[in-house]
Design a protein around this ligand. Structure first.
Ligand code: 173
Length: 323
C-alpha cells in the first residue's frame, strides 16, 4: 500500500517535467513536500518560506508545494529528496537516521543558526547531507524549541519502567535509559495509539500537540523540557547544482529569513504551555537535582548513541555543539 503510493507519486512526478534545467527556462519550478501535516506547527514556517520564494522569485524560481505525509510518508521523505522523487523538502533529521545516523545528533545542538553558520557547524552538516543524502542543507528551523515526554499515567520519579512510550529516534535512547518501552510511530499514528492504550505516552515538542487533537488523549507533561527541535529544508543536490546564481540567491535569502523566524518561538512556547494547562494537561515536576540529572542523562545517552553509530562524525558534531 505504502509502496504503491510512493511509486504512484514518483510516476506522476516523472510524467510532468519535475525539473527544467535553468538554461532551458527562465523560471524553474521545484516540487516540495513536508514530513509534517499541512498547516501544522512544523510545516507552517516552511509554508511561509514557500510563499516568500514564490513572491520574491517571480520569473526566476517557483516552488510547487505538494503537501504533507499524504504525498510521501514521513520516514520516506529524506530518501525521496536523495533520489529526486521530490526537489525540496521540509523534514527532521530524526526521520532519515537510517540514511544518516549522525542526523540523530542535530537535536543536541541548540545554538542559534547565526552562530552555527559562523562556527562551521552548518558547513559540516551540509557536507554530511551532500555525501549521504545527495542534498543541500538549505536551512535549519526551531533550534530554540525543546521536547517533552507526555504521559497518561502519573509517575513520582523520573522512571518510565512499565510504560510504553511512542518515540522517534529523538526520544528512543532516553526512554530506554529510563526503563520505558519505546514504540516507534510516525506522528499520524500517535492519536490512535493513545486512544487505544497501545501507548501510555509520547515524545513531542512543547508546541504543536493541539494540531492533531492530542490534548483530548493527554493527561500529563513531564518536566523538564530537553533537546532542541531540528527541522531542515533539504534540496536535492543535482537540482541545487543545476540552479543559476539568481535562483540560488532567492532560496538562500529565503532560508536566512526562515531561520530568523525562530525569534517567534519563545512567545509561542509560553502561549502553548498556557493553552495546555487550560486544556487540563498537568505538568509533572521533579526536584532541581532530579531535573538536572535527567538532562545530563538525556544529553549523554543521545551523544553515546550517535557516536556509537558514527564515531568520527559524531565526535566532531559533539565538539561543534559544545555539549
Ligand atoms: O516526535 C516526532 O515525530 C519527532 O521526532 C519530531 C521532530 C521534530 C519536530 C517534531 C517532531
Amino acid at each position: 500500500m505504502r509502496l504503491s503510493l510512493i511509486t504512484g507519486f514518483a510516476a506522476a512526478l516523472a510524467a510532468s517535467a519535475a525539473f527544467v534545467p535553468a538554461v532551458w527556462a527562465q523560471e524553474v519550478t521545484l516540487r516540495a513536500v513536508s514530513s509534517f501535516a499541512e498547516g501544522t506547527e512544523f510545516s507552517k514556517n516552511f509554508e511561509r518560506f514557500v510563499e516568500k520564494v514564490n513572491a520574491d522569485g517571480k520569473g526566476v524560481i517557483k516552488i510547487n508545494y505538494i503537501g504533507g505525509p499524504r504525498a510521501v510518508p514521513p520516514f520516506e521523505v529524506g530518501n525521496a529528496v536523495r533520489t529526486r522523487v521530490v526537489d525540496i523538502a521540509n523534514v527532521t533529521g530524526a526521520f532519515y537516521t537510517n540514511l544518516m545516523p549522525e542526523a540523530d545528533g542535530f537535536k543536541l545542538n541548540g545554538k542559534p543558526m547565526s552562530e552555527q553558520r559562523k562556527n562551521g557547524t552548518w558547513e559540516y552538516i551540509n557536507q554530511l547531507h551532500n555525501q549521504k543524502l545527495n542534498s543541500q542543507y538549505l536551512a535549519r528551523q526551531f533550534h530554540n524549541v525543546p521536547f517533552h515526554i507526555y504521559l497518561n499515567k502519573k509517575i513520582d520519579k523520573i522512571d518510565f519502567s512499565g510504560l510504553k512510550i511512542r518515540v522517534t529516534p529523538v526520544y528512543k535512547d532516553v526512554v530506554e535509559a529510563l526503563g520505558g518501552t519505546p514504540i516507534t510511530t510516525a506522528p499520524g499514528e500517535v492519536y490512535t495509539a493513545l486512544e487505544r492504550g497501545v501507548a501510555d505516552g509520547y515524545g513531542w515538542p512543547v508546541t504543536g500537540i493541539f494540531d492533531l487533537g492530542w490534548e483530548k488523549v493527554t493527561k500529563f507533561r513531564v518536566e523538564p523540557a530537553f533537546y532542541s527541535v531540528e527541522v531542515g529544508v533539504l534540496v536535492n543536490l543535482d537540482v541545487w547544482k543545476g540552479l543559476n546564481d539568481a535562483q540560488k540567491k532567492v532560496l538562500n535569502d529565503a532560508a536566512t529569513w526562515l531561520e530568523a523566524l525562530d525569534s517567534e518561538n519563545d512567545a509561542l512556547i509560553a502561549s502553548e504551555r498556557d493553552k495546555q494547562s487550560k486544556a487540563g494537561i498537568a505538568p509533572i515536576e521533579f526536584s532541581a537535582a532530579d531535573a538536572k540529572a535527567f538532562l545530563v542523562k538525556a544529553n549523554d545517552v543521545g551523544w553515546a548513541s550517535v557516536i556509537k553509530r558514527s564515531p568520527e562524525n559524531g565526535a566532531k558534531l559533539r565538539k561543534l555543539s559544545g555539549n
